[in-house]
Design a protein around this ligand. Structure first.
Ligand SMILES: Nc1nc2c(c(=O)[nH]1)N[C@H]1C(S)=C(S)[C@@H](COP(=O)(O)OP(=O)(O)OC[C@H]3O[C@@H](n4cnc5c(=O)[nH]c(N)nc54)[C@H](O)[C@@H]3O)O[C@H]1N2
Ligand SMILES: Nc1nc2c(c(=O)[nH]1)N[C@H]1C(S)=C(S)[C@@H](COP(=O)(O)OP(=O)(O)OC[C@H]3O[C@@H](n4cnc5c(=O)[nH]c(N)nc54)[C@H](O)[C@@H]3O)O[C@H]1N2
Ligand code: SF4
Ligand SMILES: [Mo]
Length: 748
């Protein structure tokens, strides 16, 4: 192994990396050879636990863990195939550097690091420190996210860094912060089993969160299941009421429902008076959402709307759940808050089987929301707050002046910043924007303008890696350690059960290498291992609603089947197996443990929210017009989303498994209503062209009643889809509105 660049001192790989990084996986401490070890899945936010079977400390097979409170012995096809996708010729096994002729050439890590540092530093010298930015993810362990965020912002002087969670969760984050005072999804999965009315809005659990759907199926109360989705999804097919509303008319619908509940006195006056603000103004505001207005806008009948309201009223435990049909909208924040308003006004929050519950997407979306140092300072703190900066600087033992006093630009403004030549260098970690970002051709054109693009990924074949100047080969799930935080705020442990291929390193060790090469390793002296970082993050969380100071290391997280935040130290409550570790007195009001579910906890049980007055807020505003309306030329609304339970996002991982490939269609297809097909002369399986103002793509036509006339649906997994989508964003969360733009369709 050659020495790294002299500036970094005589550092060898052996000095920087864990022993065995290139050798066999380190045997998890709690396991024996030829034993099993449990770890959380690395795909979706459900956070199932998978039991990995080991031979000589290395994974040979896996089965779903049976005792874990999340999945109770179940897993979806992606989970079952999680190990298979690690072996692939597409894995990045050495750093790759683009040479003068434009070809990617394998290079040693020290060359990669020297180039990384020289190129980014040169850009910063010429264009200022903020001319280099990063885009990260909700799919690496919390400890790695925190390392990246701290390294980039405190060590390398960057101001701008955002994540793919902007594409996904930003709307919920802003909606919760404004309404509750903190980004706090209040539920626990037991709520799926304890509700008598389950309302799913823009959420296709059967495909996107199949094991959460299994939890719904275990509900013994024969619940009413109301699905609000323009499409007849697999979930809608299993609903007791399907409200197939016009795309993006949810806000109007929900205000109309609020009006009906108020008119009928179907609201909880006591709860509203004790725990909320601004209800009266809201009640006055929603009077204008008459049946006529709501039916016109949504295309639903008055009967459907009144039935929906009546079902909410009759339910004793009503839970409201939402996902991307709400978040990915030009008015996502206010729509999410319209859901929160219904839960607050009916007192359906803080009790078993209730809640205004945003379901997260990626395995560690919640970790990214709290600890990635992108949209907020480590531990849910605020970059613009001097006290917060001092607190974090003190914990990290750094000069507080190194912490930016401003927030980063959101993702789309980072992309615009490249176009405006303000941002010249970009480091992309564990995300694939050249496929997944909205209006893809424009995005690729913009990425192409960068002076230096670094992509850090498991595979060298991703659409973004193919555009990179430098590819850094990363270890993936199963090849490294850390923790993820799932949708119900449960922290779960990830372990190293396989060696990474070739010279690939864990993201953690890549960040360590970068810190040394950049010359800021001293700042991260205590960041020796993921578990050491977990201890630092615990301290950052102290006193916050996400306080986890009571967790006694990874071992305890494992022993008790994951631990939900908050979990601070206090005297009043005990968790089975965690004696002495309990919620802090200042927070215990909202975090009491339900005796029947010692491992399941929900927030706001005493109606105390995180705003300084302890009250939740009713927030509302006029619905906005669709950013791109249909016209004679583009008469269809294009909906996009998840296709099958076996496909994951841009398919870099899932396409590596022959089994998962078989479970999905071989060719991308569009779902089209048969009535429209007749009008257009399109027969089943015909090849068709779909065009928007941004692009044209060719796919196969599948005729199905699942989509209404005038609407078509494309799964997001094929790279073609985002060639059509329109760059429109929620004004508060800056989340892209992936789910509605205007297209036309014709037979080839
Ligand atoms: N198999 C699989 N599972 C996944 C993922 C995956 O890629 N594959 N990704 C994970 C991630 S990161 C996420 S964020 C989640 C996403 O999980 P979901 O949000 O459940 O999935 P989507 O299919 O994107 O969108 C849900 C539904 O929103 C509907 N919709 C579109 N427009 C509207 C509207 O205006 N109003 C309403 N009410 N509904 C609308 C769509 O028809 C779609 O059925 O899934 C996670 N789980
Ligand atoms: N049209 C349309 N577009 C959408 C959506 C939609 O509904 N419709 N949904 C949006 C949503 S919700 C999301 S979350 C995004 C997802 O969009 P992306 O984040 O771009 O999708 P992924 O395929 O998950 O990309 C993750 C990348 O990280 C790599 N990777 C996996 N594990 C590791 C690791 O441990 N380390 C490193 N360094 N790399 C790793 C994978 O190989 C992959 O290339 O897509 C968004 N795009
Ligand atoms: S439901 Fe999600 S967490 Fe569970 S096995 Fe499937 S992908 Fe993994
Ligand atoms: Mo997502």
């Amino acid at each position: 192994m050659t020495l790294l660049h002299q500036r970094t001192g005589p550092l060898t790989r052996e000095l920087l990396l864990e022993p065995g990084e290139f050798g066999l996986g380190k045997v998890p401490s709690s396991t024996k050879p030829d034993a099993t070890t449990d770890m959380v899945c690395g795909y979706c936010s459900t956070g199932c636990s998978l039991r990995v079977h080991l031979k000589d400390g290395e994974a040979t097979n896996l089965t779903p863990a049976t005792e874990y409170p999340v999945n109770l012995g179940m897993a979806c096809p992606k989970g079952w195939e999680a190990l298979t996708v690690l072996d692939s010729p597409e894995r990045a096994t050495t750093p790759l550097l683009r040479d003068e002729s434009g070809r990617m050439r394998p290079v040693e890590w020290d060359v990669a690091m020297t180039t990384f540092v020289d190129r980014f530093r040169a850009i910063q010298t010429e264009h200022g420190p903020h001319s280099v930015a990063f885009l990260s993810t909700g799919q690496i362990p919390t400890e790695e996210m925190a390392f990246l965020g701290a390294l980039a912002k405190f060590g390398m002087g960057m101001l701008h860094g955002d994540g793919n969670t902007r594409q996904c969760m930003a709307t919920s984050v802003v909606a919760y912060k404004q309404a509750f005072g903190f980004d706090a999804p209040p539920y626990t999965y037991a709520d799926f089993e304890e509700s008598d009315v389950i309302v799913l809005i823009g959420s296709n659990l059967c495909i996107a969160h199949p094991i959460m759907w299994e939890r719904v199926m275990r509900n013994p109360h024969s619940p009413e299941i109301i699905v609000v989705d323009p499409r007849m999804t697999e979930t809608a097919m299993n609903a007791t009421q399907h409200l197939s509303l016009a795309p993006k008319s949810d806000q109007t619908l929900l205000y109309g429902i609020a009006r009906i509940l108020i008119e009928n006195e179907w609201i909880d006056h006591e709860y509203i008076a004790a725990h909320t603000n601004d209800f009266d103004a809201f009640a006055t505001y929603v009077q204008q959402f008459t049946d006529k207005r709501v039916t016109n806008k949504t295309g639903l009948s008055a009967d459907q709307i009144h039935q929906f309201a009546k079902t909410i009223h009759e339910g004793k435990r009503v839970s409201f759940w939402w996902t991307m049909g709400v978040n990915q909208s030009h008015q996502g924040v206010r729509t999410a808050q319209a859901i929160i308003n219904l839960a607050l006004m009916t007192g359906n929050i803080g009790r078993p089987g209730t809640g205004a519950n945003s379901i997260t997407g990626q395995c560690n979306a919640m970790g990214s929301r709290l600890f990635s140092n992108t949209t907020n300072l480590l531990g849910g703190h605020d970059f613009t707050n001097a006290e917060h900066r001092d607190k974090i600087a003190d914990i990290l033992n750094i000069d507080a002046r190194l912490i930016p006093t401003q927030n980063s630009l959101p993702y789309h403004q980072i992309i615009e910043g490249i176009l405006r030549e303000k941002i010249k260098g970009l480091w992309v970690i564990c995300t694939n924007p050249a496929h997944s970002w909205i209006n893809q051709s424009q995005c690729r054109d913009i990425l192409d303008r960068l002076d230096f693009l670094v992509v850090q990924d498991m595979y060298h074949t991703t659409e973004t890696a193919r555009m990179a100047d430098l590819v850094l080969p990363a270890a993936g799930w199963g090849e490294k350690e850390g923790t993820f935080i799932n949708s119900e705020r449960r922290i779960g442990v990830l372990k190293k059960v396989r060696k990474a291929p070739g010279q690939a390193l864990s993201d953690f060790n890549i960040f360590k290498l970068v810190a040394h090469s950049w010359g800021c390793a001293e700042m991260f002296e205590d960041w020796t291992s993921p578990e050491a970082v977990f201890e630092i993050l615990k301290r950052c969380s102290a006193g916050q609603p996400c306080d986890i100071t009571g967790i006694d290391g990874y071992r305890q997280v494992e022993e008790v089947g994951g631990i939900q935040w908050p979990f601070a130290k206090c005297e009043s409550v005990r968790v089975r197996g965690c004696e002495g570790q309990v919620a802090s007195p200042s927070l215990s009001h909202s975090h009491t443990l339900a005796p029947s579910h010692p491992t399941e906890r929900r927030l706001f049980e005493d109606g105390h929210f995180c705003h300084s007055d302890g009250r939740a807020r009713f927030l509302y505003e006029d619905p906005r017009p669709l950013p791109e309306r249909t016209t004679d030329r583009y008469p269809f609304v294009l909906l996009t989303g998840r296709g099958t339970a076996s496909q994951w996002h841009t398919e870099t991982r899932t396409r590596q498994s022959a089994i998962l490939r078989k479970l999905a269609a071989a060719m991308p297809f569009v779902e089209l209503n048969p009535q429209d097909a007749v009008k257009l002369g399109i027969r089943p399986n015909d090849h068709v062209t779909i065009a928007s103002q941004r692009g044209r793509i060719r796919v196969k036509a599948i005729l199905t009643q699942a989509v209404k006339p005038g609407q078509v649906f494309l799964a997001m997994h094929d790279e073609l889809t985002n060639q059509l989508t329109h760059s429109a964003f929620d004004p508060y969360s800056h989340q892209p509105a992936y789910k509605a733009c205007a297209v036309n369709i014709s037979r080839d």
